[in-house]
Design a protein around this ligand. Structure first.
Ligand code: SAM
Length: 481
C-alpha cells in the first residue's frame, strides 16, 4: 500500500460536542501531520473555555482558524487556496476573523498580516495559550501575532478535547520540536528545539482516555525515540542537568513501560521513530509488553549513504539494516513503514538504485513517498542546488511507489489463513455491512459486522487481501476486551 498522506483527512473541519453556555462559533481546520491534528485539539480545548463552540459551517463562524503545514511547497499552496476561500466568505460576513496557526504562521510570520493583509491573527505552535489574549486584541480591531518559540512549552497541563473522534483511538503528544536538523526539513525552524513532556502528565492523560472508553493511543512526536524527561527544558540542555536529574531521567523505553503498565489493555502505538535514536531498549520494551503494537514507522529518506550524509541523517545504510535485523530478531512479525524522498539534490540513478535495493532488503509493509521540495531557509536550500529535473523526480517516485505496492502485497499475503486481532474503529468506506479496523501491524482489516461494535477487539480470520487491506471473517472476541 502506498500512502501519500491521507488526503481524506486533510482539511476536514473539526467539531466537538457544543457547550450550552458558549455563544461564539469557531471553525477550525487542520492540514499536515498528526501533530497538527493533535495541536488543534489543544487549541479547541483552550477556546472552549473562552466561550467558543465548534462549527462545521464556515459561513456562520465568528472565528476561523487554520492549522497549517510547511513541509512541502504543495502543502502551503493548499492552505493559501483555503485562505482565499475564507476571504471570500469574509466579504459576506465582515465580522468573521481569520487566524493562521502552526508551521506556516511560524515560517511566514508578519508576511500574512503586513504584506498580504489576508488574516487577522498569526499564532505559532508554541503560543496557543496566548490565544485568548490575541483574540481580544483582534476583537478590539487590531491584528495580533505571537510566533515566539518556547524552551518549555509542552501543553502538558492542557487536557485536549477530542475532535472528530471515533471514541476509540486518540493521539497523545509526548515531545515538541526537533533537534535533528535534517537538511531538507523545515520542522526545526517552525516547531523549535526539542523538549519532552512530563511522563506523569502523559500517564494521567492516558488513564483519563481509558476511563472515557478509548482503546488505543498513539504517542506523538517528531522523533519519539529521542524522548527524555529530566524535569523540563530542552533536550540539548540535558548535559547541564544535575547528577540527580540525570539519575532519575525517563527515556522513551522508560515512558513506554510506564504507559504499558498503567493501562495493560490499551493498545499503544507511537510515531515517528528516527533510526539514529531508536535503541535496543525500545525494541525490547515492544517485545515485552503485548499491548505495545508490533509496528514501527521508521523513515529512511534514502538508501544511498552519500545522500543520507547530505541529508544529515546520522546513520548509514548498513546501520539501518542492523536496526531492521534487530527489530526482526526480537519482533519477527513487526510491521515496518517508511518515508522516502526522491530527487534530493545531486541524487543520481545510482543513488536511486540504492534506495530501491534498500527497499528490497526491508520489504516494508507500506510507506509515504515524496518528491523533494526545496524549503526556503533549510540547509539544503542554502547549500545545494535543487538540480534533479522534475521529470526524473517523478519517474523515480513512481518506481518506488510501484515497488512498495509489490512489497505491500507480499506482506498482506503473508496474513492469508491467519487469525489476527482487530480493534474496530469505524464502518468500512466501501460497505456499510462491514467494520474496518487495524491489526497490531497497522494493516487495515475489514470484515462483516455481525453483532460486534466499534471499540471491540475481535479475532478475524484473514481470507483475502489487496495490497492495502486484509479481508476476513470474525471468529470471536479477543481476550483483550
Ligand atoms: N520527524 C520525522 C522524521 O524525522 O522522519 C518526520 C517529519 S515530516 C513531518 C514527514 C516526512 O516528510 C519526512 O519524513 C520526509 O520524508 C518528508 N519531507 C520532509 N521535508 C521534505 C521536503 N523538503 N521535501 C519532500 N519531502 C519532505
Amino acid at each position: 500500500m502506498e500512502k501519500i498522506i491521507d488526503e481524506t483527512k486533510q482539511g476536514n473541519s473539526l467539531v466537538l460536542e457544543p457547550k450550552k453556555e458558549n455563544g461564539r462559533k469557531l471553525f477550525i481546520e487542520s492540514y499536515g501531520c498528526q501533530m497538527n491534528f493533535s495541536d488543534s485539539e489543544i487549541v479547541a480545548s483552550i477556546l472552549s473555555k473562552e466561550g467558543f463552540n465548534t462549527t462545521q459551517n464556515l459561513e456562520e463562524a465568528d472565528l476561523v482558524l487554520v492549522n497549517t503545514c510547511s513541509i512541502r511547497e504543495k502543502a502551503e499552496q493548499t492552505v493559501r487556496k483555503r485562505l482565499e476561500k475564507y476571504n471570500a466568505v469574509k466579504r459576506i460576513n465582515p465580522g468573521m476573523k481569520v487566524g493562521v496557526l502552526g508551521c506556516m504562521a511560524e515560517r511566514l510570520k508578519s508576511k500574512f498580516l503586513e504584506e498580504e493583509k489576508i488574516v487577522d491573527l498569526v499564532v505559532g505552535p508554541d503560543a496557543y495559550k496566548d490565544l485568548p489574549n490575541l483574540i481580544n486584541e483582534v476583537e478590539e480591531g487590531r491584528n495580533a501575532m505571537n510566533v515566539i518559540l518556547s524552551k518549555e512549552e509542552t501543553y502538558g497541563d492542557i487536557s485536549p478535547v477530542r475532535l472528530q473522534s471515533n471514541g476509540v483511538s486518540a493521539f497523545v503528544s509526548i515531545t515538541r520540536g526537533c533537534d535533528n536538523m535534517c537538511t531538507f526539513c523545515v520542522v526545526p525552524f517552525t516547531r523549535g528545539r526539542e523538549r519532552s513532556r512530563d511522563p506523569q502528565s502523559i500517564v494521567e492523560e492516558v488513564n483519563d482516555l481509558a476511563a472515557k472508553g478509548y482503546k488505543e493511543i498513539t504517542l506523538l512526536g517528531q522523533n519519539v525515540d529521542s524522548y527524555l524527561w529530566y524535569g523540563g527544558g530542552l533536550k540539548k540542555d540535558f548535559k547541564n542537568a544535575t547528577e540527580m536529574q540525570k539519575a532519575t531521567a525517563t527515556n522513551f523505553a522508560g515512558l513506554l513501560k510506564l504507559v504499558a503498565e498503567a493501562q495493560p489493555k490499551m493498545r499503544i502505538r507511537f510515531s515517528t521513530s528516527n533510526p539514529q535514536d531508536m535503541t535496543m531498549d525500545v525494541i525490547e520494551a515492544m517485545a515485552k509488553y503485548p499491548n505495545i503494537c508490533n509496528y514501527i514507522h521508521l523513515p529512511v529518506q534514502s538508501g544511498s549513504d552519500r545522500i543520507l550524509q547530505k541529508m544529515n541523517r546520522l546513520h548509514t545504510r548498513e546501520e539501518y539494516f542492523e536496526l531492521i535485523d534487530n527489530i526482526k530478531k526480537l519482533i519477527p512479525d513487526c510491521g515496518i513503514s517508511h518515508d522516502i524522498i526522491t530527487g534530493f539534490p545531486t541524487e543520481t540513478e545510482e543513488d536511486h538504485k540504492d534506495t530501491l535495493s534498500l527497499m528490497e532488503y526491508v520489504k516494508y509493509d507500506f510507506g509515504f513517498m515524496f518528491a523533494y521540495s526545496e524549503r526556503p531557509g533549510t540547509m539544503a536550500a542554502r547549500k545545494f542546488e535543487d538540480d534533479v529535473p522534475e521529470a526524473d523526480k517523478k519517474r523515480r517516485l513512481q518506481e518506488i511507489v510501484d515497488l512498495q505496492q509489490k512489497h505491500s502485497r507480499y506482506n498482506t499475503e503473508k496474513f492469508l489463513g491467519k487469525t489476527v486481532e482487530v480493534l474496530i474503529e469505524k464502518e468500512s468506506k466501501k460497505s456499510d455491512a462491514h467494520w474496518s479496523g487495524r491489526n497490531s501491524q497497522n494493516t487495515v482489516v475489514v470484515f462483516p459486522k455481525e453483532n460486534y461494535k466499534v471499540g471491540d477487539f475481535v479475532n478475524v480470520k484473514v481470507e483475502d487481501c489487496t495490497s492495502a487491506t486484509l479481508i476476513g471473517t470474525p471468529v470471536g472476541y479477543s481476550d483483550n476486551n
